[in-house]
Structure formats: C-alpha cells, structure tokens
Design a protein around this ligand. Structure first.
Ligand code: PDD
Length: 289
C-alpha cells in the first residue's frame, strides 16, 4: 500500500510521524473519507469543500488549494492497485512541544493520505438490511467538523458491535421536553421513512454534513420521492416504516432491526429499493461522464 506523508509517496511501512504530533497528543486535526469508483474520486469538489469547512472550524490553514489536492489524490489513486478505493485524508496541527494552545506560527501541518480497497456492500446485507441500536448522543456541539478526535464515536460504535449490531443511532437528549431528536449514526447519516415521506435531519452543528446524504436528497428531489428536511423526534425513529443509513463506505443500507425490534415489516422497504437503484445508476453515470 502506497501512502502520502508530508510531500512524499512511500510504502505504508516507511511512513513515520513524531510522537509530539498534535494529532497523536490532542487529536488536534481533521480528516476526510472519499470513495473512488473505477479510479475516479466521487464528488471530490464536495469533499474538498467539507475539508475546508473542517479546517476553518479548527482554525488551521489549508496546506493545498483544490488543484493541488486533486493532483495528489489522483496520483495516490494511480499508485494503488484497486479500481474502487476509499481514500483517507488526515491533517493535523503538526509537531510541537506539548501545550494545549496553538504553537506559534509558522505551523507546519502533518498531511497524511492513504488508500484502501473499497468492497461493494455484500448482496446479503442489501437483502436482509442491518440491525442497529440507539444511544444518547453524548458528543460535543461541533459534530459538523470532521475531527480526528473520535473517541465518543468509537465508544458509541463499539456499543453496537457489543450488541451484535452494525451501527448506533444517536439521540440528542432534549432537556426542555424530556424527549430527544435523532442526529445521525456513530459513523453514518440516518434517514427516516414514514407514510412514503423521506425525512432527513437538518445539516446543523449536531451532525456531519454527509456527502452521501446530499446525493440521496438530490436523487429524491430529481425522482419525485417526497422528502422533508427537519428535526426528527426520537419517537419518529421508533415508529418509522423504514430507516436508511448512508456513508461513503457503506453507500446506502436499509436498517431492518432497531433495538431488537423489526423496523416496519422487518424487511428493506420500497423507498430503500428505489434509492439504492438510483444511487447505483448515478454512480455509474458519474463514472462514465
Ligand atoms: N464516516 N456522520 C458521521 C459521524 C460519519 O463519520 C460519517 C462518515 C457520515 C457520513 O458522511 P459521508 O456520506 O460523507 O461519508 C456521517 C466516514 C465514512 C468514516 O469516518 O470512516
């Protein structure tokens, strides 16, 4: 596997970072995950825009412009063997004596990129759907930043694995009403379907603005699937006809079991089937373009 570190391509075994890197010490950095289909980065402009948003959120200057990123990304894709890959980009506030406050300028960020093979979701999973659990969303209030400090997400996702499930759906408690509303998954976005209506939570500070989420809403708009973006109460999640999960690595999956109970009739539903087909066609068209 060939990776990119601070200006050079090298085998992953040779990539080294100093222990005082602020990514290692503080989790002081941001990342991106970009799917690659047939050696073409999917929605690259959108991923680079979100990277800029994350960098702005942690007050770290973008080391490259979009043209430079594009060239480096294309070179990384070419140097790795799979047709379908997922790219991981990681930028930290560099190496400095340990102090919470930013190091004095000039700051030299650490820039790391790697590529892994991206397998298509197994057909059995598309047939059966996945099982999820719910848990209180105990993360910070800047979940729109794709921060490498992922400890809450790690713990929340592990709860799902411990329960034999694929993902944890997060419910942000609401002190005023005593209820709560659904934000996203520990590493994914979540949609609710009720009476033929596709519901998506708003892209605010409490969730990551997913690139796959955007594609799904665009496909819904272009294909006459009724949809609404608004806060989704926890009880609407438990009362859903269908639940859908999206991410760059999982694409779009049906959630058929929630907290051990069937979602709707317990099978992937009609809106899932339609969006999944549209997503596959869209991907194919983008690859051909
Ligand atoms: N995670 N929300 C969270 C918290 C995520 O970590 C992710 C993706 C998403 C979906 O965003 P997108 O559609 O742009 O992948 C939503 C990536 C895949 C990861 O951390 O590996």
């Amino acid at each position: 596997m060939t990776v990119y570190l601070n200006g050079q391509f090298m085998p992953i075994e040779e990539a080294r970072i100093p222990v005082l890197d602020r990514g290692f010490i503080f989790g002081d950095g941001v990342y991106e995950v970009i799917p690659v289909y047939s050696r073409r980065a999917f929605r690259l402009a959108e991923h680079l825009r979100r990277l800029q948003h994350s960098l702005d959120g942690i007050r770290l200057a973008n080391p490259y412009n979009d043209g430079e990123w594009t060239n480096l990304i294309n070179e990384l894709i070419a140097r790795n063997t799979s047709e379908d890959q997922y790219l991981y980009l990681h930028i930290t506030r560099g190496v400095a004596r340990r102090d919470h406050a930013f190091p004095k300028p000039p700051v030299t960020p650490t820039i790391f990129m790697m590529s892994s093979p991206l397998p298509a979701p197994p057909p059995e999973l598309l047939q059966s759907g996945i099982a999820c659990i719910t848990a209180p969303d105990n993360r910070w209030l800047r979940c729109d930043i794709k921060s490498i400090a992922l400890l809450p997400n790690v713990l929340l996702r592990q709860m799902a694995v411990d329960a034999g499930c694929a993902e944890t759906i997060l419910i942000r408690p609401e002190s005023v009403t005593g209820g709560g509303f659904m934000t996203e998954g520990a590493a994914s976005n979540i949609f609710v379907v009720k009476n033929g209506m596709l519901l998506a939570p708003p892209k605010d500070n409490l969730m990551l603005p997913g690139i796959t989420y955007d594609v799904v809403l665009e496909l819904a708009a272009a294909n006459g699937i009724p949809h609404e973006v608004r806060k989704i109460a926890a009880r609407e999640v438990f009362d859903a006809d269908e639940l859908l999960l999206t991410s760059s690595t999982k694409e779009i999956l049906a959630i058929t079991t929630l907290d051990g109970k069937p979602v709707g009739d317990g099978k992937p539903g009609a809106i899932f089937a339609k969006l999944h087909r549209l997503y596959q066609n869209f991907k194919r068209d983008v690859m051909r373009a």
